[in-house]
Write a new protein. Structure first.
Length: 300
């Protein structure tokens, strides 16, 4: 790992400061890890924040059971290489316990079901701070978030009742039962993340790069032909050259046509893109306030 801080950039410096504040102010933090580019970036930032010691908190993945196999393989490989502790909790268990109901139909997805599994895991382990990779540029509801975003004892978020964050002053004081979601890369853009991955030469799951995949078209979007993705009989499967800009649940994450096979080519492609990465997430399109509603219920 390159630990030379002589050429550190302001975003990296801010994120490292936030990571250290989490360790200093909270008793039992956890890093929420999906295997995607943002959480991979968080892991590298945490490495730098506490080097030469190991990252002082576990990683936790809320597994929908409908993840891209490449992402799960990468997750396990990274955890083993870095000697980290990984906690995995499964949405399928929440379904089996009758806490959530499996969706059916054209736009069915397990993505929203993650909230219950996450809140149960926070309660199980008594986590008081959950570090996540959300960025303010992703979606307008995320733009309302503070870096230390307090959740009540039901895991809910009140967008109208948030603490001011002046300069670099981060207030981690919480009442019994509350916890905080922490977003160290709030001020980063998608391009910032990719530029950082390029600079740090970070390994990422192969689905971020151009590859051949069986897909079908729906609503002008390219979907993976998987048993986890609802497909109607008239939606023809074809092999296409695609990549994914985000790696959420397979049932709500569309691909983009692309020949970008290296990080530098991905960076160049994003520079010229006119569509947000969330434009490939069908769960954000269910309603105008879909993300905000989920966050109020306890979503990431």
């Amino acid at each position: 790992m390159n630990n030379d801080t002589s050429n550190i950039n302001p975003l990296e410096s801010e994120a490292i400061h936030i990571m250290r504040e989490v360790a200093a102010q909270f008793e039992n933090p956890v890093l929420l890890f999906s295997g995607g580019k943002d959480s991979i970036t968080l892991v590298r930032l945490a490495q730098k924040a506490f080097y030469p010691a190991k990252i002082p908190f576990p990683l936790m993945h809320i597994d929908t059971g409908h993840n891209f196999p490449e992402t799960i393989e990468f997750r396990d490989k990274l955890v083993e290489e870095l000697g980290l502790t990984l906690i995995v909790r499964h949405v399928q268990d929440s379904i089996d316990q009758g806490k959530v109901k499996e969706e059916t139909g054209k736009y069915s997805s397990r993505n929203t079901l993650q909230t219950t599994t996450l809140l149960d895991a926070i309660e199980e382990f008594k986590f008081d701070a959950c570090i996540g990779g959300a960025r303010r540029d992703e979606e307008k509801a995320r733009a309302k978030e503070r870096i230390f975003s307090v959740r009540d004892d039901f895991g809910q978020w009140d967008e109208k009742n948030q603490r001011p964050e002046l300069f670099d002053m981060l207030n981690g004081e919480i009442e019994h039962g509350q916890n905080v979601r922490v977003f160290p890369i709030s001020n980063w853009t998608e391009l910032d993340v990719w530029s950082y991955i390029e600079k740090e030469n970070l390994e990422i799951p192969s689905i971020y790069f151009s590859h051949e995949r069986d897909t079908f078209l729906r609503d002008g979007m390219i979907w993976s032909a998987s048993e986890f993705v609802y497909r109607e009989e008239n939606e023809e499967v074809q092999s296409r050259t695609v990549r994914f800009r985000t790696v959420g649940d397979m049932s709500c994450t569309a691909a983009v046509s692309s020949y970008a096979s290296t990080i530098s080519e991905v960076v160049a492609e994003i520079r010229s893109s006119t569509i947000s990465e969330r434009g490939a997430r069908i769960d954000d399109k269910r309603s105008e306030a879909a993300m905000e509603s989920r966050k109020q219920q306890g979503y990431f």
